[in-house]
Design a protein around this ligand. Structure first.
Ligand code: HEM
Length: 229
């Protein structure tokens, strides 16, 4: 236990926790995006998938137990990520109160500079998002627990909300792009020979997530799919 505490006390230890919690959240995002894409298969398939998530492990542990364990794991990852970043920034500031500047291209530094802003926006988005689609207590669009297809169809059918979501998916993916790149550095996967393909991988993963997530609100907003009004 003392060793873990000691390791967490170092900047390397904190970066490790940030990277590990970040990759857990990225894993959740990939699963969430794949789940959302079931909207294209129709109402029955999406709602059936939502019900399936609640039923996983039901015979052994009871209804929604596994889902709640996953939710708790995700919440722990989010909290560990945020708290550790705050501690890391404080620690770095103590170690080097005056910043030094290295000339880098705008493309290389923009996502990095945006990390705090995008992170904060993401946090606000998650609160709004859960209030809207999990608890059904936001924006007063019609909501019925478990009727996922109809809930998102009515919400995105309003138009502006879909565009807000698409903008937020851009923020999510900007954050993810730099987060993935930092993950490679924290785990020492980066190397001058590999940096180009690694950057390309981070771009491809972020783009796939952006397109996959955005396609759903886009399709509902433009009437490609949705419940009849
Ligand atoms: C276009 C993008 C998205 C759509 C349409 C969407 C839709 C939904 C819906 C309908 C639910 C409720 C599902 C259910 O009741 O079974 C949900 C839950 C959730 N979403 Fe999203 N989501 C999107 C993006 C995101 C992003 C980017 C994040 C994280 C940054 C996120 C985090 C969550 C979380 C944490 C839950 C709660 C899961 C649970 O506790 O069961 N979502 N989402």
């Amino acid at each position: 236990m003392n060793r873990i505490k000691q390791f967490y006390g170092t900047a390397v230890g904190k970066k490790f926790v940030v990277a590990l919690s970040g990759i857990m959240m990225a894993g959740f995002l990939v699963m969430h995006m794949i789940g959302n894409l079931k909207a294209f298969a129709g109402e029955e398939k999406l709602d059936h998938y939502a019900a399936y998530l609640r039923d996983i492990g039901q015979d052994m542990f009871g209804h929604e137990t596994v889902l709640w364990l996953a939710r708790i794991g995700l919440l722990v990852a989010v909290l560990a990520h945020i708290i550790t970043i705050v501690l890391l920034v404080k620690q770095n500031h103590k170690a080097r109160p005056v910043k030094y500047h290295i000339q880098k291209s705008f493309a290389a530094t923009f996502p990095a500079r945006m990390m705090r802003v995008s992170g904060l926006l993401l946090l606000i988005f998650i609160v709004v998002h859960l209030a809207q689609f999990t608890f059904g207590s936001w924006l007063s669009t019609p909501f019925e627990e478990g009727k996922v297809y109809s809930n998102i169809s009515q919400a995105f059918g309003a138009g502006w909300l879909a565009w807000f979501y698409i903008f937020m998916m851009f923020i999510v993916c900007l954050h993810l792009y730099h987060g993935l790149w930092s993950f490679f550095q924290t785990f020492g996967i980066d190397n001058p020979d590999r940096n180009k393909p690694l950057r390309a991988l981070a771009i491809v993963v972020s783009l796939v997530l952006f397109i996959g997530f955005s396609s759903v609100p886009f399709a509902f907003a433009t009437g490609m799919i949705g419940v009849a009004k």
